[in-house]
Design a protein around this ligand. Structure first.
Ligand SMILES: [Zn+2]
Length: 457
């Protein structure tokens, strides 16, 4: 009851105070003094609390992310259209540059399924076989039009006269091949995503066989073959290695857009047994050497065939095509060779392609480390398969006259960093040791590897 009376008095003063601000301020002390001590205390602590809260930095309170959901109108016409387009968004974006939007042109996109062929696609789209042949001819530089694999994407740009303006194949994550019609000819272009090489370190000790132990440590079959290939003349992997012997391996792995591309190479290997230490270091030339620069891999050989060599057509980047009179480079050396002549690998390496191509015929591509690649065209027989490791001097196929060839011969190419060079003139590592000229570079690489393996500081 007393509280009620006081409240009434309080309100009365408050109301009268509203009449003028000075009288309100004058009334304040009177107002407070009329309140009981407990109320003054309550008001004071409330004020203090409000003051403290207002002084706390606001970030703490709004630190939490604000989530908002975007809900699009569910229109049926939109749904159908975008449901198809969505998975191809990435390709549409990249193709926008290559396929300018000429009015009336139609763009066709096909995802290759098992059994699909380019000739099948061309006939379905009403494109002539002659155009496909022209493209295959233009593809002898890259050799990517011979085989299509499920999952690859093919894009065609066709004008209203049903003339193919552009063909684009997304070969894999790293390679996109395109042919663009320019002045009546298809100009090929291979776009290569360089990716990123990252070094991975593996170590372990031998329990059971080296193969099993290395697999257990995380090395792949291909990497183990690379190691045993490099050291096969030094160690008998079956007999010499015993339980407790240790191995250390440094592997470079290629990542494209952050995803491992299954392209790898063993940079360095150290195997320690009770009696000896074996080392193998990969030099830039794709060969392995021990820590002193003595060759472990065999040297390259100049010629892929034995016996006398009759060169019927030389490497010529400015060769004029006999019929079209256009510059059509001859990217290799042609050897006269009757059908069935043995063809040998010119160095240690790994087979990256062994297929049929309408223009190149049966062909083989061998990669010798990151720097060198060799190619053999128009073969009658392929005796290796993709992914296989080969040694210098190994029989890989037999020469022939397949594809578009003017007669039995072997067309042999040698590439340095993916650019064709004259195979008869290229400066090949033909000797067993690292040359004096390259010794400093070799030592620098070796020490870099040893540091990464924790062998030197
Ligand atoms: Zn040739």
């Amino acid at each position: 009851m007393l509280l009620l009376l006081q409240l009434k008095f309080f309100l009365k003063i408050l109301l009268s105070s509203f009449c003028s601000l000075p009288s309100f301020i004058r009334g304040l002390p009177r107002l407070f003094s009329s309140l009981p001590r407990i109320h003054i205390l309550l008001i004071a602590s409330l004020c203090a609390f409000v003051l403290i809260v207002s002084l706390i930095p606001t970030e703490i309170i709004i630190d939490k992310p604000i989530k908002r959901e975007l809900i699009l109108p569910a229109s049926d016409s939109l749904k159908g259209k975008y449901a198809i387009a969505q998975p191809l968004t990435a390709i549409r974006e990249s193709s926008a540059k290559l396929f300018p939007d000429f009015s009336g042109n139609r763009e066709v996109e096909i995802t290759i399924a098992a059994g699909d062929t380019l000739s099948g696609i061309f006939s379905k789209e009403g494109l002539s076989a002659a155009v496909l042949q022209e493209l295959q001819e233009a593809d002898t530089e890259y050799l990517r039009l011979g085989n299509l694999f499920p999952g690859q994407k093919v894009q065609l740009l066709i004008n209203p006269k049903n003339q193919l303006l552009s063909l684009k194949i997304i070969v894999d994550r790293a390679h996109t091949l395109s042919f663009t019609l320019k002045d009546g000819a298809y100009v090929p272009h291979l776009e290569v995503k360089e990716g990123e090489w990252r070094n991975n370190y593996y170590q372990g000790s031998v329990i059971g066989s080296f193969y099993v132990s290395a697999k257990k440590a995380g090395l792949s079959v291909g990497q183990i073959q690379q190691i045993s290939g490099a050291l096969q003349d030094k160690i008998n992997f079956n007999r010499e290695l015993r339980a407790g012997d240790s191995f250390q391996v440094l592997v470079a792995k290629k990542y494209i857009d952050g995803v491992y591309s299954f392209d790898s190479e063993v940079l360095a290997t150290i195997i320690k047994t009770r009696s000896a230490t074996y080392t193998a270091f990969l030099h830039e030339d794709g060969r392995y050497y021990d820590k002193n620069g003595k060759g472990l891999s065999k040297a390259y050989r100049r010629y892929p065939i034995n016996g006398k060599h009759y060169v019927t057509s030389r490497f010529n980047p400015r060769r004029l095509h006999p019929v079209t009179k256009r510059i059509s480079p001859h990217n290799g050396t042609d050897f006269r060779a009757k059908v069935g002549t043995r063809v040998y690998s010119v160095g240690d390496g790994v087979v990256t392609s062994a297929y049929y191509h309408p223009a190149a015929g049966n062909y083989i591509v061998i990669k010798h480390g990151r720097k060198y690649t060799s190619r053999f065209l128009h073969l009658s027989k392929i005796l290796v398969r993709k992914g296989q490791r080969v040694e210098m001097g190994q029989l890989i196929g037999r020469s022939g006259n397949t594809g578009r060839s003017t007669g039995p011969h072997l067309h042999y190419e040698f590439h340095v960093y993916n650019k064709p060079v004259d195979p008869m003139k290229v400066n090949l590592p033909l000797s067993q040791e690292v040359s004096k000229k390259e010794k400093a570079a070799f030592n620098k690489r070796r020490d870099l590897f040893l540091r990464e393996m924790g062998e030197i500081k």
